[in-house]
Write a protein that binds this ligand. Structure first.
Ligand code: 6GU
Length: 243
């Protein structure tokens, strides 16, 4: 998977790329991440990358020429690297709310150029002419699009074949089947008098699978009933519960 990132703070992405699952995926070249900094396209003495909003008011916007130069360079490189036209994504609180379904769609969409905004955002005409899709990671406000971009990239990366070992397979994840995850336990067998559920020590793999599904369903019903609305159980889940 090829991902180009347009950001004024590319160093923030070290947190994503220098350790853990995504770090390994970059090392193994399962993911290619490249960066474009609008500041590198600034030509004035102060290398400015912000500009004032028409109509006044507090805050600045990203300066249009440097932002577009970075987006165009990233788009061109995407085509050179992959032979495909990338999907250009802008992260903002005004975007479509990201969920696991959205992540799946983005992970299989081909090359992505991810634009991380700063300040009060970007000129609406740039959204209209240069951005294909606008996404949000939730209903709260962050100081910039870098963290949302990392959230998106991390979530998409773990769906790329070969990025997760089967040790931590995405197939087992919370949300892969639209339910919350079941509880997990490790050693010791007793903590402050509280035992690991017997079934997990039974060696009965069918019973364990059934118990985990029931836990997932119970938790989802209690904590996130919205996830169950209009979503009947699938055939395997019905079979497990009736066994
Ligand atoms: Cl994508 N950007 C910013 N700045 N804040 C957010 C967000 C994005 N999603 C939720 N809050």
């Amino acid at each position: 998977m090829w991902i180009g990132v347009v950001s004024l703070f590319p160093d923030m992405f070290d947190a994503l790329t220098q350790q853990g699952v995504v770090g390994r995926a970059v090392e193994k070249q399962r993911i290619a991440l490249e960066f474009w900094n609008p500041r590198d396209y600034a030509t004035d003495r102060h290398r400015s990358v912000d500009d004032r909003p028409y109509g006044g008011g507090p805050g600045m916007l990203m300066k249009v020429d440097t932002l577009r130069a970075a987006i165009f360079a990233a788009r061109e490189r995407a085509q050179q690297a992959t032979g495909l036209v990338p999907t250009v994504i802008y992260l903002s609180p005004q975007g479509r709310k990201l969920d696991q379904q959205g992540v799946q769609a983005l992970a299989s969409a081909g090359p992505l150029v991810v634009v991380a905004g700063r300040y009060e955002g970007i000129d609406e005409r740039v959204v209209e002419s240069d951005i294909d899709e606008e996404w949000s990671i939730g209903d709260y406000v962050l100081s910039g699009g870098e963290l949302p971009a990392m959230v998106l990239i991390d979530a998409a990366a773990r769906l790329i074949p070969g990025v997760l070992g089967h040790q931590d397979s995405a197939v087992e994840d919370s949300f892969n089947d639209g339910l919350l995850d079941c509880p997990h336990y490790t050693r010791p067998e007793i903590i402050d008098g509280r035992q690991v559920p017997d079934v997990l020590l039974s060696g009965n793999h069918a019973a364990i699978k059934r118990w985990r599904l029931k836990q997932s369903l119970g938790r989802t019903w209690q904590r996130r009933p919205d996830l169950l609305e209009g979503r009947p159980l699938d055939a395997e889940q019905r079979k497990l519960l009736n066994e």
